[in-house]
Design a binder for this molecule. Structure first.
Ligand code: ADP
Ligand code: MG
Length: 366
């Protein structure tokens, strides 16, 4: 980095060590706080001399957005600093690396795992959507994993993110060609819905990973890691081929294999709709049966199912009533709904004692 020749730059209060990755503007290093806590962090270093007016604005927006938000599936910005050479974003360290590397090493990502990741990404996007923030550079390299043992997904790199209210339209090309929505490229006029297209491309690549681990030839427009596993829908060997595919009117066809659930296929098809007015809406995406944020295994569903038992209790009470009235189908449906709140909680809970307690409650539901 600037000022230090080879190796990581120096920053007061931290020891910068290995390089974790780099992207459009930045190099990210693992670092330790010199304070007694020895906290491990990731420091995103941006060389001032590499910045032009637009990228300064992007960096300021990234800092402004990240410092104002806190979400379990969005990387946390802890602090930022600068010196004569660099600007430093001090962030929560994600030991699992990024999703593109995760797919690369796993080779196969079963639908079940893809679904959990998609739910976590959707919950981050829901949080941003409620605040009128669009990410605009959604791709596996910008999605990090908290650890490899028990990976939790963390959305990162808000370098292109923008405040965009529902009717806001933008015209500037942002993001990475493979993940860019057709309306951004073709009309140069787009809104928040471009993020939904990118989610579709990410999911398509993940689904494809099971089908075709090694393509016959590396493609020019593919980052090498993904080229090995799955191909985004517009995988191309040249930019002109890519442009042709983006501009075409052809419906995106999903390969017949691997065997994915009908819900998963339906979601993919609705995300990868070229016309944004026919693309799935944000609300329908969050509620889609394959995403189903309402029943997502998370601290929230735990809270819903265990701490605030009102929902389950209400459902069970209604079920018992229907049962007594002899309306067995209605009773069964209510019992099943109550269970929907327990099963994800069970999946998420790691503490053995608490797991047992939830299990006992589930068993008690007749
Ligand atoms: P750029 O804006 O230059 O694309 P990113 O924020 O995307 O920079 O970071 C580049 C790469 O560095 C990521 O793709 C990821 O591999 C790695 N990285 C970024 N932030 C972290 C972090 N907090 N923990 C671990 N690795 C990270
Ligand atoms: Mg990036």
């Amino acid at each position: 980095m600037a000022g230090s020749g080879w190796g990581p730059p120096r920053l007061d209060g931290f020891i910068l060590t290995e390089r974790l990755g780099s992207g459009t503007y930045a190099t990210v290093y693992k670092a330790y706080a010199k304070k007694d806590t020895r906290e491990v962090v990731a420091i995103k270093c941006v060389a001032k001399k590499s910045l032009n007016k637009a990228s300064v604005e992007n960096l300021l927006t990234e800092i402004e957005i990240l410092k104002g938000i806190r979400h379990p599936h969005i990387v946390q910005l802890k602090d930022f600093q600068w010196d004569s050479d660099n600007i430093y974003l001090i962030m929560e360290f994600c030991a699992g690396g990024d999703l593109s590397r995760f797919i690369h090493t796993r080779r196969i990502l079963p639908e079940k795992v893809a679904r959990v990741f998609m739910q976590q990404l959707a919950s981050a996007l829901q949080f941003l959507h409620e605040r009128n923030i669009s990410h605009l550079d959604l791709k596996p390299q910008n999605i990090l994993l908290s650890s490899l043992e028990k990976p939790h997904l963390k959305l990162a790199d808000f370098g292109f993110a923008q405040h965009m209210s529902p009717r806001d339209e933008k015209h500037v090309l942002r993001g990475s060609p493979l993940y860019m929505a057709p309306e951004m490229v073709c009309q140069r006029q787009y809104d928040a819905r471009v993020d939904l297209w990118s989610v579709g491309v990410i999911l398509y690549g993940v689904g494809q990973a099971q089908l075709d681990p090694i393509p016959s030839q590396p493609a020019l427009c593919l980052p090498s890691t993904e080229a090995l596993f799955g191909q985004p829908p517009f995988a191309s060997r040249s930019f002109s081929e890519l442009e042709e595919k983006i501009r075409s009117n052809r419906v995106i066809e999903l390969p017949l294999r691997p065997q994915l659930s009908q819900d998963c296929r339906d979601l993919l098809q609705r995300l990868l709709e070229r016309d944004p007015s026919r693309r799935i809406s944000f609300q329908d995406f969050f509620a889609h049966p394959w995403v189903d944020l309402e029943h997502m295994p998370s601290g929230e569903s735990l809270a819903r199912a265990v701490s605030s038992q009102w929902r389950r209790t209400a459902l069970v009470v209604q079920a018992v009533k229907k049962d007594q009235e002899g309306d067995t189908p209605a009773a069964l449906s209510l019992y099943c709904k109550a269970l929907d709140y327990f099963v994800p909680a069970l999946h998420y809970e790691v503490d053995a004692q608490r797991k047992k307690a939830i299990k006992a409650k589930v068993i008690r539901v007749p």
